[in-house]
Design a protein around this ligand. Sequence first.
Ligand SMILES: NC(=O)c1ccc[n+]([C@@H]2O[C@H](COP(=O)([O-])OP(=O)(O)OC[C@H]3O[C@@H](n4cnc5c(N)ncnc54)[C@H](O)[C@@H]3O)[C@@H](O)[C@H]2O)c1
Ligand SMILES: [Zn+2]
Length: 386
Amino acid sequence: MRDTRFDTIRVQSPEGGYDIVLGHGTLDSLGRLVGELGLGRKVVVASDTNVAPLYAERVLAVLTRGGFEAALAVMPAGEGHKSWDSVEMFVEAFLDAGLDRGGWVAALGGGVVGDTAGFAASVYMRGVDFVQIPTTLLAMADSSIGGKVGVDHMRGKNLLGAFKQPRLVVADLDVLASLPAEQVACGMAEVIKAGVIGDEVLFGGIDDGRVSYVMRHTSYVMRDDPSRMTYDLRSTIYDSLRRAIEVKRGIVERDPYEAGERALLNLGHTFGHAFEKCTGYNRLHGYAVAQGMVVVCRLAGALGICDDGLAERVERVLGAWGLPVRWGAPDLEYKGAVERVWEAMMLDKKRANGRLRLVLPEAIGRVRLVDDAPEGTIKSVLMETK
Ligand SMILES: NC(=O)c1ccc[n+]([C@@H]2O[C@H](COP(=O)([O-])OP(=O)(O)OC[C@H]3O[C@@H](n4cnc5c(N)ncnc54)[C@H](O)[C@@H]3O)[C@@H](O)[C@H]2O)c1
Ligand SMILES: [Zn+2]
């Protein structure tokens, strides 16, 4: 039975479809939502050291009321812990909880927890059921959907991973109230990305200022009255988040295993990953993606793939959300940084057959893959956008 207070978006996948349930207060319905799926009785809720103190007790209680036997496992927060060590720690917790093949794992957290716990669920006893409870805007808009899970390796991001489709995604917008403003902005980087890739109306809604207005006041609002921020976020982010989810849903349904079209979701990410790598992963992912998007929009303009106004428009929208649109500061300002970034890109795993494959915008809402853009043009755009 569907709850009319919530939006439900169905995603088709090779391993069977799943629902994304989106709304305010969805967490309180978690017991019922998973109950309808007929999942096993034992569950481990995987979370991190920031999210667990805020929401784990509530999630454990709602699951217990729903008749589940729920245990908690907590990893240290942060991208630096999206690692093999954390996978092992989760596996230990699954064993301690007596999780068998009929048990399941719930990831309660941002993309780091979702990717890490999802990977642990995909290898534990050759795979147990997995439910995503994303708590960041980025995880709601992007990482909880489509079944990519994995961890980083010292030599590169996301080098160890698998496809593991969730059985359910439950996104409760109320939890965004505790998310730091810069993390909200990072999530918006992926929402804006979705607009550039595939939804002009989504991008337009953000561009006309309706949404950015709220952000300019966010730090003030949060400091003075956290509940007001929740209220403002309610009326503004909701629509763009729903549309961003639809963009991702369409792409992962058509290309679940990244054989082609799914690569379009990497808009801004080839450069973004290079910035992250060159800063020892000290840069927020959303910041790096925003900076990477500026580079590819400028590059598309320089190559005559889109008109010149596009880059300006994208920069304006990113800037309105407090996202950085130049990639140098704070720690890549030195001479030679362009070369360093270029070298990191050459090592990027997304090189196809030794070629550098980039996603470039043709217009807002339409992108294409371009192989082997000229090195000289790339480097001069990098120089310009530093
Ligand atoms: N699997 C995919 O398809 C996919 C897609 C995009 C990104 N990703 C991955 O997602 C990761 C980034 O995800 P992220 O931005 O959510 O990072 P994150 O999980 O590190 O969360 C950001 C920070 O916010 C904290 N936090 C989370 N929810 C909170 C809440 N409600 N209130 C207060 N604090 C909260 C976290 O503890 C963390 O400190 C990257 O590792 C990236 O590679 C994966
Ligand atoms: Zn991303």
